[in-house]
Design a protein around this ligand. Structure first.
Ligand code: C5P
Length: 220
């Protein structure tokens, strides 16, 4: 007998750096038992691969070669995860991510993940900058998670300072503002709230409160 599997439920979570979208998306994925994809990690991996090869993330050919060689499976390794979370990886990511050829190369892998979530999961949660607008415009639920630049810098500073005691909060704030500007003003798939996305400002919310607010939106 032939059985048709139901279409997976897709939840798109977009927003700027350190807005809390990654933590929120992971919590929602646990709660619903959905598959989770951190799409920023894909761009970070491309940026880091360019740097490791001695290339320039702002160079079209270097960025495209790294995107074409990207192996999704390798991203889950612990060493790779640690390398991807550095400030340099974030900056390199935002340079390669501005290139239309790089985005085109990564687009299908993200859609495949959403439409065919691994391990037989019945839904997928993707977080990034363009999930609700470009990658999965028909997602069942869309959240745009934000917070003031100062609050985001404080959060990122606490995270990055563990590995770099020379780091200052001013540097982190500058990096966040530069990255916001690059991500929001690029021509291809700029970071923006989809017209039908729910805006969630986490500036004054704990993680638990943000999760509650997201669940209330999804239940509506
Ligand atoms: O989310 P995260 O800070 O890890 O993303 C790193 C960079 O990757 C972002 O600053 C952005 O330039 C890029 N990115 C993107 N589109 C996505 C996810 C991330 O352009 N869907």
């Amino acid at each position: 007998m032939c059985s048709l599997s139901a279409k997976p439920t897709i939840i798109a979570v977009d927003g700027p750096a350190a807005s809390g979208k990654g933590t929120l998306a992971r919590r929602l994925a646990e709660k619903f038992d959905y598959a989770y994809l951190d799409t920023g990690a894909l761009y970070r991996a491309v940026g880091v691969a360019v740097l490791n090869a001695g290339g320039d993330p702002q160079d079209d050919a270097d960025a495209l070669a790294a995107a074409q060689a990207l192996q999704l499976e390798a991203l889950n390794e612990a060493d790779t995860q640690a390398t991807l979370r550095t400030a340099e990886a974030g900056i390199a990511a935002s340079h390669v991510a501005a290139k239309p050829q790089v985005r085109a190369c990564i687009l299908q892998a993200q859609r495949d993940f959403a439409l065919h979530p691994p391990a037989g999961k019945t839904g997928a949660i993707l977080d990034g900058r363009d999930i609700g607008t470009i990658v999965c415009p028909t997602a069942a639920h869309k959240l745009f998670v934000t917070a003031s630049a100062e609050v985001r810098a404080e959060r990122r500073f606490l995270e990055l300072r563990r590995d770099n005691d020379q780091l200052t909060i001013d540097e982190v704030l500058r990096d966040i503002k530069d990255r916001d500007a690059r991500d929001a003003n690029r021509d291809t798939a700029p970071m923006k709230q989809a017209g039908d996305a729910h805006l969630l400002d986490t500036s004054d919310l704990s993680i638990e409160e943000a999760v509650e607010a997201a669940l209330a939106y999804i239940a509506r």
